[in-house]
Design a protein around this ligand. Structure first.
Ligand SMILES: NC(=O)c1ccc[n+]([C@@H]2O[C@H](COP(=O)([O-])OP(=O)(O)OC[C@H]3O[C@@H](n4cnc5c(N)ncnc54)[C@H](O)[C@@H]3O)[C@@H](O)[C@H]2O)c1
Length: 310
């Protein structure tokens, strides 16, 4: 299979590209940054926002069997501070869709649990998204992105598959310059012996180890390329909630050290409770996540050790 990946220098994109290559698939990655983790992923630097002005000005080296669109400004709080980046997310999605339209191939889109908003329900199944409650500009950019994806299915007959990811963590995510996610952020503070600020002690989230995420995405790519799945939206997560308090304690345990913890209220735009209903992924894709947070944190700690950061 030939898979074109946008956002291929990012956390999920890098893991996905390497996993596809391991299976013998051909990948081509595009991103507006170099990949700092590996030089094994062929590709080039393309700015998908700039490309949206003239989508026909770039084309991949071969006709892809599938476009996996992962490029985005992917940090919720950053988009609260800089909401124009939410608009850029839509422009990137437009560019990716135009690539798929030119190739007449399926599109897989990396959406987010953020589309559900902060609904305080324990478990969230796909039909529960209510688009009037966009919690943040990031959330709006994913809702808008999903709508654009489905519009291409309707108007141009592209088979589409949307994954709603949730707090993906694991190797190839530790990027202080790009505003870190909660797990690498806490890890770094603990390793440096600095206090942690936790926004929302009882905030409950569904943390997904990146290998589970990538396994699910690959099943989805296969299913949409084979025509077994078409125009669908699927939650991809571990399917279990953990509070930030639990997370901090797991990190203390894995790192065998403790720092001071300052608990503050959640910040504007943040989801405070989300546990995915992953029964659709199980049913349709045979998805069966294998790595709970209790196992994933030690794996992530090992990866930090392999990088010489601990
Ligand atoms: N990791 C998670 O927890 C999570 C959760 C929900 C949804 N998602 C979504 O999944 C996708 C992948 O997430 P990730 O964790 O790998 O994020 P990431 O930030 O590590 O990767 C995104 C990549 O997109 C690239 N990009 C940004 N602007 C670009 C542009 N103008 N042109 C080309 N490339 C550009 C970035 O350089 C980056 O490498 C994103 O769309 C994100 O919103 C991720």
């Amino acid at each position: 299979m030939k898979v074109l990946i946008t956002g291929s220098s990012g956390q999920i994109g890098t893991n996905l590209a390497l996993a596809l290559q391991q299976r013998g698939d051909e990948v081509y990655g595009i991103d507006n940054r170099d990949n700092e983790w590996t030089d094994q992923v062929p590709g080039e630097k393309v700015d998908l926002v700039a490309l949206s002005r003239d989508p026909a000005s770039w084309e991949p080296p071969w006709r892809p069997d599938c476009v996996v669109h992962l490029a985005a400004w992917a940090k919720v709080h950053q988009l609260v501070l800089e909401p124009q980046k939410a608009l850029e997310n839509l422009e990137m999605t437009f560019s990716a869709l135009e690539m798929a339209r030119a190739a007449a191939c399926p599109v897989v889109f990396g959406s987010s649990r953020e589309v559900y908003g902060d609904i305080h329900r324990h478990v969230t199944e796909e039909g529960m998204a209510d688009f009037v409650i966009a919690e943040s500009p990031y959330s709006a950019s994913k809702i808008g992105g999903e709508a654009m994806i489905y519009s291409y299915a309707k108007c141009y007959g592209l088979p589409v598959l949307i994954f709603r990811f949730s707090n993906v963590y694991g190797r190839f995510d530790s990027d202080a310059d790009r505003m870190e996610r909660v797990i690498p952020l806490f890890m770094r503070s603990i390793v440096d012996g600095k206090p942690i600020t936790v926004f929302g002690k009882s905030k409950m989230l569904d943390f997904t180890y990146v290998d589970d995420c990538v396994t699910g995405v690959i099943s989805g790519i296969e299913a949409v390329v084979d025509g077994k799945v078409k125009n669908d939206t699927i939650n991809l997560a571990y399917g279990q909630g953990n509070t930030l308090h639990d997370l901090v304690n797991l990190l203390f345990l894995a790192l065998a050290r403790k720092v001071e913890v300052d608990y503050q209220p959640s910040r504007v735009g943040e989801v405070t409770r989300y546990v995915a209903d992953i029964s659709k992924a199980r049913r349709i894709l045979g998805y069966s996540p294998a790595i709970p947070l209790t196992a994933g944190i030690p794996l992530y700690t090992d990866w930090w050790k392999s990088q010489g950061w601990i």
